[in-house]
Design a protein around this ligand. Structure first.
Ligand code: FE2
Ligand code: FE2
Length: 288
């Protein structure tokens, strides 16, 4: 374990921690601007030409976001369950030097939104997304009992969902955590972009559906899941950027920070690739 003295010596030979933080944030912003995902998703939305394709798209959109949401508390847990990776040299007692809880907190903030309970009842995002999907099926008079038989998921999408649930989560090591953090920041930003695109598209192309879903049912409308995610994801992304900064700041081997920053980039790029593959294939099977 690095001592306070070692950490001070190591820092002299490596980039300033603040510079690391600024450069990783700048890298993420540039990578977002360069990513083709927005244009590719717009193309897929433009290709939805029938009610059957709309239902299929929205079902798969819900499944993708549920798989990604499920990994968020896992990433927070992975960080907190892995001691001796993030250390605060200002504290002397071994336990008191552990900074993994502070790094995990920036991810847990997004996770706590995911499982929101309040006096009005369940605000659990999975539950809200189920109400959204049921609302879509009701509006279009789709037989729910036959839905899964009539709308099987193509194997390619099933495989990508499995990948989304598991990517970078199978090891409790520093490299796995940095990759998982890069992937996490990617999913939070691109979820923000994705929900805003889908919301604007639905409002423009299917206003009667949106109007029906926006009716109050109980304490919440069926559209609330989609509406909520047009605003909350950007906060999750900003918290994710803080997670990156604090992970680099507290990483126990300062001389390895550039290598860890590269792993963050690898994880981020893996999300850009995964989201592209999912939406490229989202309507790959012929609509009858
Ligand atoms: Fe969510
Ligand atoms: Fe989120």
């Amino acid at each position: 374990m690095a001592t306070m003295t070692n950490l001070s010596l190591d820092t002299r030979g490596s980039p300033d921690p603040e510079v690391d933080s600024i450069s990783i944030e700048k890298w993420v912003e540039d990578a977002i601007n360069a990513a083709p995902n927005k244009q590719r998703m717009r193309r897929q939305l433009d290709a939805v030409a029938s009610e059957a394709a709309l239902i299929r798209f929205l079902h798969r959109f819900v499944l993708f976001n549920d798989a990604l949401a499920a990994r968020v508390p896992f990433v927070a847990g992975l960080i907190h369950l892995t001691p001796n990776v993030f250390l605060d040299p200002s504290e002397g007692v071994d336990f008191c030097r552990q900074a993994n809880g502070r790094v995990a907190a920036y991810v847990a903030e997004a996770a706590s939104d995911e499982y929101h309970l309040d006096a009005e009842g369940s605000g659990v995002h999975q539950h809200l997304s189920q109400r959204f999907l049921n609302g879509v099926l009701t509006f279009h008079r789709v037989d729910r009992a036959a839905f899964d038989r009539d709308h099987p998921l193509p194997p390619v999408l099933d495989r990508i969902l499995d990948e989304a649930r598991a990517k970078f989560l199978d090891e409790r090591t520093a490299p796995a955590i940095f990759r998982a953090l890069g992937f996490h920041v990617g999913l939070e930003f691109f979820a923000h972009q994705e929900f805003n695109l889908v919301d604007a598209w639905l409002r423009a192309r299917f206003p009667a559906l949106v109007e029906a879903l926006e009716q109050e049912r109980g304490s919440r409308s069926e559209y609330i899941w989609l509406a909520l995610h047009t605003v909350v994801e950007i906060g999750h992304y900003r918290a994710g950027i803080e997670a990156l900064k604090s992970a680099l700041r507290f990483y126990r081997h300062p001389e390895e920070k550039p290598a860890m920053a590269d792993l963050i980039k690898e994880g981020f790029n893996a999300f850009v690739d995964l989201q592209s593959r999912y939406y490229d294939a989202i309507l790959c099977d012929p609509v009858s």
